[in-house]
Ligand binder design. Structure first.
Ligand SMILES: Nc1ncnc2c1ncn2[C@@H]1O[C@H](COP(=O)(O)OP(=O)(O)OP(=O)(O)O)[C@@H](O)[C@H]1O
Ligand SMILES: [Mg+2]
Length: 317
């Protein structure tokens, strides 16, 4: 079913350096959310704060009535069992084969017998398409396989929330497409709440139900995919369409001269909104909305050519 994450006025700094302030958003139960933002805007810090690995300066992260930011360590330990986390590099133990890596959380956190452990490990290996590789060491498989192994390990405790920190970094476009399909299929199957941090614009445009953008030490926008993909807000527009013209420069923000020079430049039109990636079995996910539903509800005319079959940005979808 998945659980909701209610984040309110969350602020985090390290020493004098403010990372982000007053971040407020509700991550709906069972839905897929993508969090975007330029490098260094604190996306990983946000994920770590959500699982309670980092303490915010103020604000709350409420899950099932418990505030992760302020609850006692014992409660935090219990709440953490709701989470599966896919770390950026897969975070596998290099000296353990895939089987033992994936079995690790089960041996650590449950009283399952070895034969029960085996059943779960094989089921998850099958789910991510890695059956037959259980004897390999992490160093013996490709980056894409390591990500999928990391995903299998994130799933063994049947999480209600899965956090993905750049699941697609270092993957080629084809493997990224396979991974995206796997993410959508998994969401349909296990119905957990997914929060994905990514730099891949195609992933952001096609996979999630909701998109958030961290920029300039705050949450610039968070909402349904169609809302952000049809937004004219300069930062959102620039980031989601990977454009050069806009407030974001090569290093953080553009200065006044740079912005002045762009003043009269014509912005390229918004590209069409692609269809959302559907589960490969053709059964819609519970949180999937009809193409164009949000735009229609809000009286927004989507960019011409939106929601057409087989249209593509740069991937075939
Ligand atoms: N434990 C820490 N102590 C001090 N500063 C930290 C710590 N963790 C992160 N930071 C700082 O917080 C800022 C945000 O880091 P974070 O890793 O969350 O960025 P990010 O948005 O995930 O970037 P990227 O897209 O490159 O992964 C950086 O300036 C980083 O140096
Ligand atoms: Mg990061």
């Amino acid at each position: 079913m998945g659980v909701e994450i209610e984040i309110k006025d969350l602020t985090k700094s390290f020493g004098k350096q403010l990372i982000w302030g007053d971040v407020t958003l509700t991550i709906p139960a069972g839905e897929i959310c993508v969090m975007l933002g330029p490098s260094g805007t604190g996306k990983s810090v946000l994920l770590k704060t959500i699982i309670g690995l980092l303490k915010p300066d103020r604000g709350s992260v409420v899950i099932q009535g418990t505030d992760i930011a302020s609850c006692p360590e014992k409660e935090l330990y219990e709440i953490r069992k709701l989470f599966g986390v896919l770390f950026q590099d897969g975070a596998m133990f290099g000296s353990m084969n895939l089987y033992d890596n994936i079995a690790f959380p089960l041996r650590e956190h449950t009283n399952k017998t070895e034969s029960q452990v085996r059943e779960v490990v094989m089921e998850k290996l099958d789910l991510v398409g890695l059956l037959g590789t259980e004897d390999k060491l992490p160093g013996e498989i490709s980056g894409g396989m390591r990500k999928r192994a990391g995903l299998a390990r994130a799933l063994v405790l049947d999480p209600e929330i899965v956090l993905f920190d750049e699941p697609d970094s270092g993957l080629d476009p084809v493997r990224t497409s396979f991974l995206n399909q796997l993410i959508v299929d998994l969401n349909a199957q296990i119905d957990a709440t997914f929060l994905i941090v990514t730099h891949d614009i195609n992933t952001a445009r096609m996979v999630p139900d909701n998109i958030g953008l961290l920029y300039h030490k705050h949450l610039a926008m968070f909402g349904p995919r169609e809302m952000l993909l049809s937004s004219e807000e300069p930062v959102v527009r620039q980031f989601l369409n990977a454009q050069v013209v806009g407030p974001i420069g090569m290093s953080e923000e553009k200065d006044a001269d740079e912005l002045e020079a762009e003043k009269d430049m014509e912005l390229p039109p918004l590209p069409p909104i692609p269809l959302q990636l559907e589960p490969s079995n053709g059964q819609p996910r519970r949180s999937q909305r009809a193409p164009g539903a949000w735009c229609k509800e809000h009286g927004i005319e989507p960019p011409p050519g939106s929601f057409q079959e087989n249209m593509s940005m740069t991937t075939g979808g």
